[in-house]
Design a protein around this ligand. Sequence first.
Ligand SMILES: CSC[C@H]1O[C@H](OP(=O)(O)O)[C@H](O)[C@@H]1O
Length: 357
Amino acid sequence: MSLKSIIYDQVTNNLEILDQLLLPGITKYVKVKGVEDGWKVINKMQVRGAPAIAIVGCLSLAVEMRNDKFESKKQLRQEVEGKLNYLVSSRPTAVNMKGAAEELIDLANQLSKDKSVSLEDMIHKFLLKIQHLLEKDITDNQSIGDNGAKEILSRVSGDSQVRVVTHCNTGSLATAGYGTALGVIRSLHAMKRLEHVYCTETRPYNQGARLTAFELIHDKIPSTLICDSMVSALMKSRNISAVVVGADRVAANGDTANKIGTYQIAVVAKYHAVPFYVAAPFTSIDAKVSTGEHIVIEERPDREMTHVGEHRIAAKGIPCWNPAFDVTPASLIAGIITERGVFKPEQIKAVLASVSA
Ligand SMILES: CSC[C@H]1O[C@H](OP(=O)(O)O)[C@H](O)[C@@H]1O
């Protein structure tokens, strides 16, 4: 059983998120009573991870809708559109919230125009769609895990085991459950083909040291925590089979925005001839962005670099640069692991076209 970052009970209309700022020391769930709470817990990174951001954002809207009264379908559509666009503003780089918002706004427009649909029906169908998004993320994660495990194993002979590097947190704490890159690692472990996983600390928020390590210990997966600066020395001294990381936004040409530090891992992997994989659901691919240079990179507060909790670790007054993500060019990516299969970056455009056809 993986950890639950999101607890949602549609009968009691209760939504709670595991406050990831307090992990691994304190396990505390925070109530999300509506869209304003949803925006805050996402923006503060109490909940983070591209798929989890979309799920919590949409569920916070569902909770609010169940408590609201609407005069008309038009009013419902207008309110839904405004609140979803507000939720998209909570964090700019991950595309999943934007994609979910577009899908839900399209649905609201269709239902609003359809004279055969009553206001009550519209609310019911809309809430059902949000529930579906949550359930789909869980099934997609399992498919991503299995597809990625098979791909990595296809590169090794016989029934040998593999040694994998991962960055940031892409597990149950970043999704609705199981994980994307960490889902691949879970599948390799379940297949008894994972010799060891090396997870990076992932400065400055320490998603690796605080969250991925927490998940790996919880699942009893053989693992070692390394500093971000150790990846090249590790690849020089160990026979690493593959790198697998998550994604916040994949451009149509396969360029991928992911946690800061991902790009340099990809460069080191290229130098050491270690295949570098991105694992992400199709909801992380943005067909409207042609290349990685058009992806907005969020910059976070200096304090996330100068302090760990309340403890200052950098000289007072030193200016900081704190981009939360970087972009790995498609040329450094061996494959993009999705729930539909594993694709080379240059295949993404054609796959998008076939999916939307
Ligand atoms: C499956 S999570 C994808 C992605 O999100 C994380 O960023 P953050 O912790 O800032 O939300 C990280 O980049 C993961 O790879």
